[in-house]
Design a protein around this ligand. Structure first.
Ligand code: GLU
Length: 265
């Protein structure tokens, strides 16, 4: 099944994932309020268009670290988990306030890989997410960093966002990061690397092309993004990777503009 960019307009249920590098500042981890405000406005506008929205947001570790005045990231896992426990609440406080300003209800959903592998907890998660969407609330999903460390170590929520998209049977997964899309090579290293506008079929060669472009703040590189794309497209969900530096990209992409890389379902 191949779709055109124009057809993305028809998406009714969308999952948007923002990485830590999009919503917090490097290196001190402070929340980027201008970006957060813009993100919330874009998502509320999508609600206004009649779409259902799920937000998968990282940033808990960075915000927690900043709120206790530690300017540099830590390599110690327990310390990062503790930062997340502090930052998650702060981040939700900001989201609650901003969504409420635009008349929307935000809700917090914290998940672990184990929750999603066990049949009973997985079906509980699906039921809760779908009920929240029926209520018109916006689920804001993060990994439960106290109990689980997968996304802290490898993923920056890339995998989690694709899993959530499959759980809620989304029509579109939008991954916003600090890179414009999927390139033929690492654009930070090779200036001749070219942005790929559409990926029809993910193959081994593409996985080999995906160098791990680990940034300062989040952990997700292109490799985890491609794994996320595989999960999504195998479930029949188109995925777009685009730059979150300009959050107008959300409505532009949904309106069919050729921004970022589209992975065909
Ligand atoms: N769950 C982590 C957070 O919210 C994501 C990991 C990361 O940012 O690398 O901070």
């Amino acid at each position: 099944m191949s779709i055109t960019r124009e057809q993305l307009k028809e998406a009714r249920r969308i999952v948007v994932k923002v990485g830590s590098s999009t919503i917090t500042r490097t290196p001190n981890g402070s929340p980027n309020l201008l970006r957060l405000e813009k993100l919330v406005r874009e998502l509320c506008s999508q609600r206004g268009e009649g779409r259902e929205v799920v937000l998968v947001s990282s940033g808990a570790i960075a915000v927690g670290r900043h709120s206790i005045g530690r300017d540099t990231p830590s390599d110690d896992l327990a310390t990062r988990q503790a930062y997340a426990a502090i930052g998650q609440g702060r981040l939700m406080m900001i989201y609650q306030k901003l969504f409420a300003e635009y008349g929307q209800t935000a809700s917090q959903v914290l998940l672990t890989q184990n929750d999603l592998e066990n049949d009973e907890t997985r079906s509980n998660v699906i039921a809760t997410l779908k009920t929240l969407l029926d209520m018109g609330a916006i689920p804001i999903v993060n990994e439960n960093d106290t109990a689980s460390t997968y996304e802290i170590l490898y993923g920056d929520n890339d995998t989690l966002s694709a899993t959530v998209a499959t759980l809620v049977e989304a029509d579109l997964l939008l991954l916003l990061s600090d890179i414009d899309g999927f390139y033929t090579d690492d654009p930070y290293v090779n200036k001749d690397a070219e942005l790929i506008e559409t990926v029809e079929q993910l193959d081994d060669e593409m996985f080999a092309m995906a160098k791990d472009s680990t940034g300062d703040v989040g952990t997700g590189g292109m490799a985890t993004k491609l794994s996320a794309a595989k999960l999504a497209v195998d479930a029949g969900i188109p995925m777009v990777i685009a730059n979150g530096d300009d959050l107008n990209n959300i409505h532009r992409i949904i309106n069919g503009r050729p921004i970022g890389t589209l992975f065909q379902p």
